[in-house]
Write a protein that binds this ligand. Structure first.
Ligand SMILES: NC(=O)c1ccc[n+]([C@@H]2O[C@H](COP(=O)([O-])OP(=O)(O)OC[C@H]3O[C@@H](n4cnc5c(N)ncnc54)[C@H](O)[C@@H]3O)[C@@H](O)[C@H]2O)c1
Length: 256
């Protein structure tokens, strides 16, 4: 039997085939999970439909802008109707206005700060609250984060502050949901060349820096994020909750 046979999951954050969400979704599906997908808006609908169709033409695909409570409610209403219950949720969603990811953090506008936190951190709270009533057999909620939450990574700026809020939210959610056997963890990924990453000024230099300085002397592969996603979703991680797991070729341990 595969590791996730019989598990029902929902994936937030597929934009295209390079998305980390897609790597984790593929790994979950390969281990036997049945998945639903959401897309941010009409612009991304076709991409997500095309990718999700590889799991069968009846794959559930729903619109969800995570800043809109009514769209979140509609997603979980439909998932409840179609699946009846839920075991897995992937939060692989982040956004900050481009100008906030260039130049100095000190110049972050009130609006950019609010948007980054709403999309990238509060959304985990909103999604967890909506998913929990369906996780009647327990569950695993997974969010994607980055090391810029704890150390200064030039240009990551307000996104680092939002990731700190995301990681702290995961811990508080883990405490609230623990009695329901729902686990909440974060994967802190090293840099991966995706649509969101290309919005960060100097991203290519980041890739080179990791290659030169991480203990494994290379960047992380999407499949490796998928494999960790499977582990955290599986019973092998049954006693792991509220954690940030680094999948970054070891970069996080370095002091210099
Ligand atoms: N790429 C990296 O180097 C890296 C490293 C560590 C962590 N992460 C995190 O991984 C996650 C996925 O990013 P990615 O790199 O795969 O890029 P991506 O661009 O493929 O994915 C980002 C997703 O966020 C979604 N999104 C943005 N605003 C939204 C909104 N209002 N409502 C719903 N969805 C919205 C986009 O539609 C997209 O699917 C993010 O949380 C990112 O911060 C990425």
């Amino acid at each position: 039997m595969s590791l996730l046979t019989g598990k029902l999951g929902i994936v937030f954050g597929v934009a295209n085939k390079r998305s980390i969400a897609w790597a984790i979704a593929q790994a979950w599906a390969k281990e036997g999970a049945r998945l639903a997908f959401t897309y941010q808006g009409e612009r991304l609908k076709e991409n997500v439909e095309e990718l999700a169709a590889t799991f069968g033409s009846d794959t559930l695909i729903l619109p969800c802008d995570v800043t809109r409570d009514e769209e979140i409610a509609a997603v979980f209403k439909t998932v409840g109707e179609k699946f009846g219950k839920l075991h897995l949720l992937l939060h692989s969603v982040a956004f900050a206005p481009r100008e906030a990811l260039e130049g100095e953090f000190i110049n972050t506008s009130r609006d950019a700060f609010r948007i980054a936190h709403d999309v990238s951190a509060y959304s985990l709270v909103a999604l967890a609250r909506a998913a929990a009533p369906l996780m009647t057999e327990g569950g695993s909620i997974l969010a994607m984060t980055y090391y810029g939450s704890e150390k200064v990574v030039p240009h990551y700026n307000v996104m680092g502050v939002a990731k700190a809020a995301l990681e702290a939210s995961a811990r508080y959610l883990a405490y609230d949901l623990g009695p329901k056997k729902i686990r909440v963890n974060c994967i802190s990924a090293g840099p991966v060349n995706t649509l969101a990453a290309r919005g960060i000024a100097g991203f290519t230099d980041m890739l080179k820096h990791y290659e030169a300085h991480a203990p494994l002397r290379r960047n992380v592969l999407p499949d490796e994020l998928g494999a960790t996603g499977v582990f955290l979703a599986s019973d092998g991680a049954a006693a792991i909750t509220g954690q940030v797991i680094y999948v970054d070729s070891g970069y996080q341990i370095m002091g210099m």
